[in-house]
Design a binder for this molecule. Structure first.
Ligand code: UDP
Length: 482
């Protein structure tokens, strides 16, 4: 616990996307439980989502967490009113405007900081101006990327060695140079931000982000040492950046109520969801969810429906609304009636951690977003890996090749958010789900996943690796203050 008369004051500035906001809010709550005064800077949309949880923590745990409101600059950035979340952008043009909009937050954040005089700002890596702001105020700036050490190291290696630029073929495998494990990938799986043929505005935005990262004091990671020890070491030594692992941060949600209120308002009631899960056998249900950003075509949704149906396994499937396509177009005829007793379809937002932590869940079909992977690991579930974009192909390799707790569905290429094709067919989905849930190696995989889940929980307990790293970070911030 913070013992000085004036506690450390840390600003948390998450990028406005669920995959960044959710873990950073958990992180702020975790810091506050160590006696830190935490201020979350966010827009009215997100403030409404998180205020209940923050108020409860402040009341029940006597934490000091404040929310400072930032108005979203729609007009200045050419975005439609209400589009204050990256997951609401539907075109790549809007996405670029969104990234540019992040520059407009500098003035209000600086105004708040001049009043509050925080000791440190932990800002999403995309807020490229936050180093300069921290330098002007004489405070520490830490960055948050929202990923773990393995994807960061893989990214760093590709950025430095550029092996993908040395081969012609999109499908020929190459080894990611210099990593602790032999991890192979193809050119078409390399994130757009690392490709020479990326759109020029993508390149420009990410060049600025990487440049800003070089000037940050260090990184705070939502990971834990036992998950990726070789990559924690590599990250600190080879990338040469200070880094602290304080995760899995989702573990600060202990009660069902907290778990179900994480992120957006769930599209299913907590009780209905738990009743459904309670009616199923332990480890029997496969949970299918592709994070907050992915939008599938109607053709791909039809393949998923047919694949999970043919797998014969009970399932929960979270389907996100696709604005461009008529939603019911994808539903195979009679599908809902046929799977009525063994399938639950959630249209919109699912209480993911509540679901994953239930004993009925035995497998997770995931797009390999870092938060989803970690949440699956905490729950001790095995995964069908279906990476789509961002750094998800790196995360897939960690799950399937390093941790050996997953079965790849066979995703071949990095995709944009809206893709009208259906690259993964029903047979692949059926086969991967069956292999995961009832295949020969299912039990072996499951015991590895359960062991990792136990390590994750120990890491955040007093004296665990993440708890210790968090304390040493706070110690360093205190020294910096002096
Ligand atoms: N999430 C959720 N319900 C949903 C979809 C996503 O609670 O229906 C949460 C999920 O638990 C995770 C975050 O949203 O914490 C998504 O982050 P991730 O890194 O997995 O993927 P992204 O959405 O950034 O691609």
């Amino acid at each position: 616990m913070e013992t000085q008369s004036s506690p450390l004051h840390v600003y948390f500035l998450p990028m406005m996307a669920p995959g960044h906001m959710i873990p950073m809010v958990d992180m702020a709550r975790q810091f506050a439980r160590q006696g830190v005064k935490a201020t979350i800077l966010t827009t009215p949309l997100y403030a409404a989502q998180i205020s209940k949880t923050i108020n409860r923590d402040n009341k029940e745990l006597e934490t000091q967490i404040t929310i400072r409101l930032l108005e979203f600059p729609y007009r200045e950035s050419g975005l439609p009113e209400g589009c204050e979340d990256l997951s609401n952008t539907t075109t790549s043009e809007q996405m670029h405007r969104f990234f540019n909009a992040l520059n407009h937050f500098q003035i209000p954040v600086e105004r708040f900081a001049a009043e509050d005089r925080p000791d440190c700002i932990i800002a999403g890596a995309m807020f490229v101006w936050s180093n300069d702001l921290a330098a002007r105020l004489g405070i520490t700036r830490l960055s948050f990327w929202g990923t773990g050490f393995l994807p960061l190291c893989a990214h760093h290696s590709l950025l430095k060695h550029r092996p993908h630029e040395k081969i012609e073929s999109d499908t020929e495998e190459f080894v990611i140079p210099d990593l602790p494990d032999t991890l192979k990938m193809t050119k078409q799986q390399v994130p757009e931000t690392l490709r020479d043929d990326a759109e020029s505005n993508v390149k420009e935005i990410f060049a600025k982000i990487f440049k800003a990262e070089a000037g940050s004091y260090g990184m705070v990671m939502n990971s834990f040492y036992e998950l990726e020890p070789a990559y924690v070491k590599y990250g600190k030594e080879v990338i040469g950046k200070k880094a602290w692992h304080v995760g899995p941060v989702s573990l600060c949600n202990k009660e069902d109520g907290e778990k179900s209120q994480r992120g957006q308002a769930a599209s299913i009631g907590e009780e209905e969801c738990l009743n459904w899960l309670n009616s199923k056998n332990p480890n029997s249900v496969v949970y299918v969810c592709f994070g907050s950003m992915s939008i599938f075509s109607a053709a791909q949704l039809r393949e998923i429906a047919a694949g999970v149906e043919a797998s014969g396994q009970p399932f929960i499937w979270v389907v996100k609304q696709n604005m461009e396509e008529e939603m019911n177009d994808w539903m195979p005829e009679g599908f809902e009636e046929r799977v009525e007793n063994r399938g639950l379809i959630i249209r919109g937002w699912a209480p993911q951690v509540l679901i994953l932590d239930h004993e009925a869940i035995g497998g997770f079909v995931t797009h390999c977003g870092w938060n989803s992977v970690l949440e699956g690991i905490v729950a001790g579930v095995t995964m069908v890996t279906w990476p789509l974009s961002a750094e998800q192909f790196f995360n897939e390799k960690m799950v399937t090749q390093v941790l050996k707790i997953g079965v790849p569905v066979g995703a071949q290429a990095w995709t944009r958010r809206t893709d009208s094709r259906a690259p993964i067919n029903r047979e692949n989905i059926e086969a991967a789900v069956k292999e995961l849930m009832i295949g020969e190696e299912a039990e072996e995989r499951r015991s590895r996943a359960i062991a990792l889940g136990n390590m994750a929980k120990k890491a955040v307990e007093p004296g665990g690796s993440s708890d210790t790293d968090l304390r040493s970070l706070l110690e360093e911030l205190r020294k910096n203050r002096k």
